[in-house]
Design a protein around this ligand. Structure first.
Ligand code: BG6
Length: 492
């Protein structure tokens, strides 16, 4: 079955940070795929911007090399890549200097009515000068949007300052704050499962759900991002945005429609209902860790502090939290969150653990009756498993087993797993902000995160050590096990 493709309007997309990792590894391959599938109309333009003195030809060669790296294993005609590269151009400029801006502005002379997107794939330190220039050059009016990458600030105060400054150049409806987790197939499917089936919603509440787990585990280390990461840590890098957004999608009330504000209003209510974790209870509800030397799939790896020589002993490369959404639907249901670098396996999943049956009619020889679980896996292989008790087939008495109804999307539909950026970039061009964070959401997320950071900063403790290649510090296991529960492990 092939995916249905609806072409988007002709557009100009300007990528600030055009030679950076995000642009070359994610944005340009995503655009290429949309182009190869026929979604991007001829005549559209993609303009990379960076300080390097390159011409269009040099940049196209860099993009070609990046595409070839990212498309390994996918059959793509060189002709497709060549046709895509015809859309690609480059302009050199330094966001904080005068040179180069008139060249950029000349690209838009004539003030056409095309959609124009400015993607700020740069550090937040240059968001403000870029936005101010674009406004001064008169480039912010019309069908114009700006895309801002996380991290938006490092706490509530700095996030608000960035938003205010960007807001002087772009209206809120023009501002797309991207959280690429919201573009992942399984996250979309969470909406489809919850609100496209009558089956789940009546059970989606404290009466029937024992707890929820959200895990985003990575095997990579901090690698080339040491300078950024030392100031950020996992709580700011992953929890403030990705994990909280996933939590919102699980916990929100049914929105009246998929209109952008209908969905975002519901997510905001969840963020505002999170029970605070602060100096009084941070020891009980939060665990932070930092990896020491250990092993990854490819052999021995150094610890965080040795990896780059620029690490900070206080930086959290792992976080586990026990959160609670204090409202009628969820009161008393723990949401266990964990994320970390250099963990045992790359896996991101949401586990909805249902309550145990109230009474068993089976003899003990039938075996234990494990509660149902709905597991939504975001990566590596996107899909959904619903764990159910069934009778083990054949004679030999009534023996029970928990087995999954298993649906891997790529297998079930025979389609390529598309990258989240593909969907989100097309949504920006279409001007649909449903899957982007509104200002108040970003700020509400910081409002919950700030007291956790403050509690950690005030404490004399350093993050707890864990060996690279394991599931994090033992305190993270204790966080859930002292409640009589365990982190989910796939039983296949
Ligand atoms: C980014 C974080 O937002 O998400 C990175 O800054 C992290 O530290 C990445 O590695 C994970 O994204 P994905 O899609 O590979 O799970």
């Amino acid at each position: 079955m092939s995916a249905q493709v609806q072409p988007v309007e002709v557009f100009d997309l300007v990528i600030f940070g055009g030679t950076g990792d995000l642009a070359l590894r994610k944005l340009l391959p995503a655009l290429f795929h949309r182009f190869a599938d026929g979604q991007i109309a001829p005549g559209s333009r993609v303009i990379g911007i960076a300080r390097d003195a390159l011409d269009d030809g040099d940049y196209r060669e860099r993009v070609r090399a990046a595409l070839e790296r990212s498309l390994t294993g996918e059959a793509h005609a060189a002709a497709d890549i060549n046709r895509f590269l015809e859309l690609v151009a480059y302009r050199a400029l330094d966001a904080t200097r005068d040179a180069g801006w008139s060249d950029l502005s000349a690209l838009f002379a004539g003030g056409s009515e095309r959609v124009r997107v400015f993607y700020l794939a740069t550090g937040a330190d240059v968001f403000i000068p870029i936005c101010e220039r674009l406004r001064a050059l008169g480039l912010t009016q019309g069908k114009v949007r700006v895309v801002i990458e996380k991290p938006i600030g490092s706490d509530l105060r700095t996030a608000a300052a960035i938003t205010d400054a960007v807001g002087r150049s772009f209206a809120e409806r023009q501002t797309f704050r991207i959280d690429h987790y919201l573009g992942k197939e399984t996250v979309q499917n969470l909406l489809a499962l919850r609100f496209g089936n009558a089956l789940f919603e009546p059970l989606w509440r404290a009466e029937h759900i024992d707890h929820v787990q959200i895990t985003v585990a990575e095997t990579i280390g901090v690698e080339r991002r040491a300078a950024y990461y030392a100031g950020a840590g996992a709580l700011r890098d992953m929890v403030q945005n990705h994990l909280l957004q996933l939590l919102c999608m699980v916990a929100m009330e049914p929105p009246a429609s998929l209109e952008p504000d209908a969905v975002r209003d519901e997510k905001l209510k969840v963020l505002r209902a999170l029970r605070p974790i602060d100096a009084h209870n941070a020891d009980q509800f939060s665990v932070r860790g930092q990896y020491r030397a250990g092993a990854s799939e490819n052999g021995p790896v150094p610890g965080y502090l040795e990896e780059s020589g620029r690490g900070d002993a206080h930086t959290d490369t792992f976080v586990a939290l026990k959160a609670e959404v204090a409202n009628w639907r969820w009161a008393g249901v723990p949401f266990y969150l964990r994320t970390g670098k250099r963990l045992a396996q790359r896996v991101s999943e949401i586990v909805i653990a249902f309550r145990a049956i109230p009474h068993s009619i089976f003899a003990s020889v039938a075996g234990p009756i494990a509660p149902n679980k709905l597991v939504l896996r975001l990566q590596p292989d996107e899909g959904v498993k619903l764990w159910l008790m069934i009778k083990y087939p054949g004679p030999g008495g009534l023996r029970l087993r928990r087995v999954p109804l298993d649906m891997s999307f790529a297998q079930a539909f025979g389609v390529r797993n598309s990258d989240a950026y593909e969907r989100l970039l097309m949504d920006v061009v279409r001007g649909n902000p449903t899957l982007f964070m509104r200002r108040d959401e970003v700020e509400a997320a910081w409002q919950w995160i700030d007291p956790i950071l403050a509690a950690w900063t005030a404490s004399d403790d350093l993050p707890k050590a864990y060996t690279a290649g394991t599931w994090g510090p033992s305190a993270a296991v204790a966080l859930i096990e002292r409640d009589g529960r365990t982190w989910h492990e796939d039983e296949d």
